[in-house]
Design a protein around this ligand. Structure first.
Ligand SMILES: [Zn+2]
Length: 420
């Protein structure tokens, strides 16, 4: 029937055995669509007999995706069959809904789409007119399917930490080249890492890893050497830049204390700190602008020099820090070593950072000889934070991780769960 076709099309029901659609919108809670499911069964699945008769119907109610914001139910009369040879009864099967399920495959698919968006479980549940538990079950199913395959490690890894559930810090490892998440562990202790990598990967696998990018906050050096015997540790260049600029900024904060809050010197440091963190090359040197806090027209370079002229130590710190930053950004090891050699009479804050740089010189050298960084992992951490915020802080670690996996669509295997 033509009308059947258009209804089937509207409801996105592909099964041609579903016919005789009738819509009833008299009830308030949901739109009810009645239909029949029937076909001819030639062979008995139980005894291979051919003498099969139709034997009444079984009516089931199936949740389908909302129609124009209305909850919708498909009341399906399923044909029942009886085999005359063995006496077994069968119920007609459809691709519309999985065996023993009351939620249509279309709804489940739409729910998968919703789960990969930045939305709460409650909002998904209300859209599809199901309970939050159903959404959770769907997430668990999907989580199992999107579990990363432990089938080998890439040659380069990025590792980092992030704040996960509550106050807990968690560990994350990604492929440094394609940025796939390799694992997220609830803890970040060395023991957690050892347990995970030694359990899931053979020595042969782990020997393939030749580079591990990490920042200096993490104390993973010894455990990395143990887990990945062939890996060179690569310092994260963003973190190095951050360390140098932070010490420069801390020096400024110390210096500002010497000046009266009403003085011009104080205001130069207080309101124009951003200019001091900018590379000297990038400062505007020709065009003047109005600086309201200084009540003066100056170039950016002039403002910075007003600060640098106030302390020789600050001036040295400024040029050393920026020299280091530049060599790190350009991955120029020769320039980096040269700058280190020229460092003299700098602030204790930068001194401290430089000591760390010298202690971890090899990791910095490793960084300069490749193009890797933890930049992409920072992006991933930001998205994870967003997932956490939307979920109002997951208390259930597994659900949290599953949601991350689903939102990042880690190796979603397209399994067809429908038996025909
Ligand atoms: Zn039979």
């Amino acid at each position: 029937m033509a009308q059947d076709q258009s209804t089937r099309f509207l409801l996105q029901i592909k099964d041609e055995n579903v016919t005789d659609f009738r819509v009833d919108d008299t009830s308030k809670d949901a739109l009810r669509i009645y239909a029949n499911l029937s076909y001819n069964l030639d062979v008995c699945p139980n005894c291979d007999g051919h003498d099969i008769v139709k034997n009444g119907f079984k009516t089931v109610s199936i949740r389908i995706p909302n129609i124009s914001e209305h909850a919708a139910l498909l009341i399906l009369r399923k044909q029942r069959f009886r085999c005359k040879s063995c006496g077994q009864t069968q119920i007609a099967q459809t691709t519309l809904v999985e065996k023993q399920h009351q939620i249509s495959v279309n709804t489940l698919h739409a729910m998968i789409g919703a789960l990969s968006e930045d939305r709460t479980m409650t909002s998904i549940a209300s859209q599809f007119n199901v309970s939050t538990n159903t959404v959770c079950r769907q997430l668990e199913r999907l989580g199992e399917q999107t579990r990363p395959a432990y089938n080998g490690l890439p040659t380069s890894l990025c590792i980092d930490e992030f704040r996960s559930t509550g106050k807990q810090m968690s560990f994350i490892a990604t492929n440094a080249k394609n940025h796939d998440i390799i694992t997220i562990l609830p803890g970040r202790r060395n023991q957690d890492m050892k347990d995970f990598f030694l359990t899931h990967y053979s020595l042969k696998n782990r020997e393939k890893v030749t580079r591990v990018v990490m920042d200096f906050n993490a104390q993973y050096q010894s455990v990395i050497e143990l887990i990945f015997p062939n890996a060179k540790i690569v310092a994260d260049n963003f973190h190095l830049v951050q360390m140098a600029l932070r010490s420069l900024n801390q020096t400024r904060v110390q210096l500002i204390k010497q000046f009266n809050k009403k003085s011009r010197q104080y205001r130069v440091f207080k309101y124009h700190w951003r200019l001091f963190l900018k590379s000297y090359e990038d400062l505007e040197k020709d065009k003047t602008q109005w600086f309201p806090h200084l009540k003066d027209r100056l170039t950016q370079e002039q403002v910075v020099w007003e600060g640098l002229d106030l302390s020789e130590e600050f001036q040295n710190t400024y040029f050393s820090a920026h020299g280091l930053v530049e060599s790190i950004r350009n991955r120029n090891y020769k320039a980096f070593i040269e700058t280190l050699g020229l460092v003299e009479n700098v602030s204790p804050q930068l001194e401290e950072t430089i000591k760390t740089f010298i202690r971890k010189k090899t990791f910095i050298q490793n960084m300069m000889s490749c193009a890797l960084s933890n930049g992409p992992i920072e992006g991933i951490n930001r998205r994870i934070k967003q997932i956490k915020r939307t979920g109002y802080g997951y208390k259930n670690w597994t659900h949290f991780i599953y949601r991350i996996q689903v939102e990042f669509k880690i190796r979603v295997k397209k399994r067809n769960p429908i038996r025909k």
